[in-house]
Design a binder for this molecule. Structure first.
Ligand code: FES
Length: 188
């Protein structure tokens, strides 16, 4: 190998090294969100005091938490909503009070489910209707097709006592599920 060839080789090696030094961290930064593992599994949160619930009247609550967009981290903000339904009154001890929680995300295509005393749970987007227990209202009862593929997504919930104040709260495990499916599949 003559001197000229050697210089060419050395300059190529230096060029490749420089390219790698720039490219590796760049590629790593760009693909970081793709490699980041999902932190699904739900958010457990106290959402409403038991005393603030009326039997049989669904109450909507906001779920707050931090959120990670592709490259941006957002601190506390509303990440979802749920409907809480108290099923037993004050004649039952707080720790035995029955409550249910439903996600407010419509299982059809993800709009927000509303509630009013006349129409029950309903989705304004494509007219899905649900009974107070979250089951879809039948086609015969509605007079048209109910587009929802499944019942409202119920969420784990329980009544818990605050150790300091002694107040009773409803605690919910909020999760998101895939919509458009006949079964509940947690979203990644
Ligand atoms: S998104 Fe609710 S009915 Fe379509």
């Amino acid at each position: 190998m003559n001197r000229r060839s050697l210089m060419k080789l050395v300059s190529r090696v230096i060029g490749w090294t420089c390219a790698l030094v720039v490219a590796v961290p760049g590629i790593s930064f760009i693909t970081a969100p793709l490699r980041r593992r999902s932190s699904s599994g739900g958010i457990k949160q106290r959402v409403v005091k038991l005393d603030n619930l009326r039997v049989g009247e669904p109450t909507q609550v906001a779920i707050t938490g931090s959120r990670q967009d592709a490259w941006v981290h957002y601190d506390e903000e509303v990440v979802g909503r749920a409907w809480i339904v108290r099923e037993t009154d004050d004649s039952v001890a707080p720790e035995e009070t029955r409550v249910r929680a439903f996600s407010s995300v419509c299982p059809h295509l993800g709009c927000v489910v509303q509630f009013n005393s006349e129409r029950g749970f309903n989705c304004p987007c494509h007219k899905a209707f649900f009974q107070p227990d979250g089951q879809p209202v039948s086609e015969a009862e509605l007079g048209h097709k109910n587009p929802t593929p499944r019942s409202l997504d119920d969420l784990e919930c329980q009544v818990v006592e605050d150790a300091e104040s002694g107040e009773w709260w409803v605690e919910v495990k909020y999760e998101k599920f895939e919509y458009g499916l006949t079964t509940k599949v947690p979203r990644a």
